[in-house]
Design a protein. Sequence first.
Length: 374
Amino acid sequence: MAQEHSFYETLGVERTATDADIKRAFRKLAQQWHPDVNSEPEAHNRFTAINEAYQILSDPQKRQQYDMFGRAGVSGAGAGGAGDPFGQAGFGGFSDIFDAFFGGGVGGAGQRRARAQAGSDLRYDLRITFAEAVLGTEKEIEFPVLGRCDTCQGTGAKQGSAPVQCPQCQGRGEIRQVRQTMLGQMVNVTACPRCRGEGRVVDSPCDACRGEGRTERKRTLRVNIPAGIDEGHQVRLTNEGEVGPRNGPPGSLYVAVHIAAHPQLTREGTELYYEAEISIAQAALGTRIAVPMVEGEPVEVDIKPGTQPGTEIKLRGKGVPHLRRQIVRGDLPVIATVVVPSKLSKKQRELLEQYAKESGETVAGAGLREKLGL
């Protein structure tokens, strides 16, 4: 008859192993021999033995009895056995098996899972001028926010009391339900409905915040708007949103930027465009125009004789700073637009007709107008 291994040998630990050593060894072996992940014929029996050993050695009282009397001292002590490989009699065994596959520290499941609710993120719509977007600015904003209650210091409990462990989830912050399916036992984990995942409840709520641990107030902040920001961009301010209930971590504040239009310039990314309207004579003979700038005085630009409609004159480095490399700026192209007059004086018409005649062009002059009955 084969010699029966001790529970310590089954888990591969010394008799002097700590609780943390035992749990660490169990998690490693459970991941290796669980029947759902190991198809070897002996996997079921091996996993049953591992679970049985852990159920005994993880319980201080059972471990003491086993050390003194061996297996006889713990027979019928609810170790799980072959008929109960997941240790559901105490349910703690299944929690440890679940943690073996889905992570968690050495401490109990309640300490790992329970957590305070985070506060909500907030959005603030900020309108700035065209120049402020290009050059950058600093703005002071004011907005309503849920902040930590000053009366209870965010605990939600009345003065002289404190939150207590949730009786429904025993401080775990979650409810685990096990059900049998054709694929085996499945676990469904949901946040505890009573404590909403916090693991603690307030029996005597604070009068000022009614147990929420936060109250509404006005808040003022100074926000730095970087040069080169564009329409629709957001500035994220971490931890400046609403605080969570009962000292939960705060959310973020998102400042959404909206930019007023410039009366003469248009923007595409880091490029600024100026549409220069010039006459036929200016295009033909050349001229000098003033181009408006976002900062400083207008810059004078020469329009060369014979400039064609749509000609682009690029002013280097007069555009928008790159948002991430602000020492680098885009350009400002000047687009020449030749404006054709819709009405002419008699003198202007005669001069243009004379020009057309000299150029050999056919135009709607006096003779042609008479022929057309105009």
